[in-house]
Ligand binder design. Structure first.
Ligand code: AHR
Length: 384
């Protein structure tokens, strides 16, 4: 995958020599030479006073305004705080789009409410921010507000989930959700063959309907349901939350107990809720259990559950998009050419060393072979 994750250090220029820094180095030299006398201390105090007068005794505004030549204001309309993935995404963007890096960030948590998100973006246009970053809850309904941003000349950067009308934003940065679903399908096909599983009866707990994360993962995985003639028992929206996963799984356990052997959770938090429900219903899962659990995200707690053998396979969705988002803003400031799409790098994980790699046709129609990484402690520690 075309990963273009950029380090902050790429953008932090060397600090320039200032009167205070020159003074400190003079002070160090004096100390070394043993010439630390009453006269030198008086000189030091005098120099500090002059330096303060020259600089107006102001605290520096942060290095960023020097990096960009101006303070850049960015409005970010985030989906909400529904999952570990989302928290990591928010932290990554806040860390990168910081005052230190020349950005004044106006952050709005839209709490999974599409109206709130549209209003947030409209408000950013009214405030005349320099850039708008959107992680769209759903992929439709953006026409009016993005036309308003366009007319105001404010570039829109979309991250993570997508918006259907790609003409309305400058660039997008995120994951190829369809490939995540395809990879999960190909892994299950191979895993079932190695385990000699004849029947695949699937229960699916999806993420928010209308989100491109849900659309892509479903589209990819359902190709395999079709090709392999697997049986899909039912599919319901668990809203990407632990509570949603638990609620839907409780319903499924009541309605279909004994009829399914594979559970697909479209994110880790829903998988956590699903496992709680299975425990309460006395149903075993994971390595050696009655249910195969497939999940997406590969957050720290997700991978810990893979390591412990509770989740069989976890397909990463990388939320650490802040640095690459910062680079896009820097490039736009420099009026450099930017690409329309940037894909995050991602890894596929499993609990057992049974399927070492998978080969499949990705969403671009290219045949790809990718490793399946068996989770160890280091992988859990390194996860977000
Ligand atoms: O859009 C990314 C998805 O949204 C992640 O899989 C999920 O955890 C989040 O809430």
């Amino acid at each position: 995958m075309d990963a273009k994750v950029v380090q902050f250090s790429d953008y932090v220029k060397k600090r320039k020599s200032t009167p205070i820094r020159r003074l400190l180095s003079y002070f160090k030299k004096l100390k070394k030479s043993g010439a630390f006398t009453g006269r030198s201390i008086a000189f030091l105090i005098f120099f500090v006073m002059i330096a303060c007068l020259i600089s107006g005794c102001k605290a520096p505004k942060g290095r960023g305004d020097k990096l960009l030549g101006r303070e850049v204001t960015v409005g970010f309309a985030q989906v909400g705080h529904e999952s570990d993935w989302r928290i990591a995404s928010t932290n990554s963007v806040k860390q990168a789009l910081s005052e230190e890096n020349g950005i004044k960030l106006d952050f709005i948590d839209c709490d999974n409410d599409t109206d709130v998100q549209i209003k947030a973006v409209s408000g950013f246009v009214d405030k005349k921010v320099d850039y708008i970053v959107i992680d769209p809850i759903v992929s439709t309904g953006w026409e009016d507000v993005l036309t308003k941003a366009e007319e105001a000349g404010i570039p829109v950067i979309v991250i993570d989930r997508t918006i259907d009308d790609s003409e309305k934003y400058v660039t997008w940065l995120g994951s190829e959700f369809t490939d995540e679903g395809l990879a999960a399908g190909e892994w299950l096909k191979n895993y079932a063959a190695k385990k000699g599983l004849r029947e695949i009866n699937i229960i699916e707990v999806t993420g928010n309907e209308g989100s491109s994360a849900e659309n892509g993962r479903s589209a990819g995985f359902h190709k395999y349901i079709e090709y392999e003639a697997w049986n899909i028992i039912d599919s319901r929206d668990g809203e990407f939350t632990e509570e949603g996963g638990k609620r839907v799984m409780d319903e499924f356990c009541e309605e279909y107990k004994g009829e399914f052997n594979v559970i697909v959770a479209q994110n880790d938090n829903m998988a956590f809720g699903i496992m709680k429900s299975l425990d309460e219903h006395g149903i075993s899962y994971g390595v050696g259990g009655d249910m195969i659990i497939i999940s997406f995200d590969a957050c720290k707690n997700g991978l810990k559950n893979v390591l412990d053998g509770n989740i069989n396979a976890d397909f990463e969705c990388n939320p650490l998009q802040g640095p690459a988002c910062l680079k896009l803003i820097y490039d736009l400031e420099k009026q450099a050419k930017i690409q329309k799409e940037t894909f995050m790098s991602e890894t596929w994980y499993a609990a057992e060393d049974i399927v070492p790699e998978i080969t499949y046709f990705n969403s671009m129609g290219e045949e790809v072979t990718e490793p399946i990484v068996v989770v160890d402690k280091a992988a859990v520690e390194a996860a977000y």
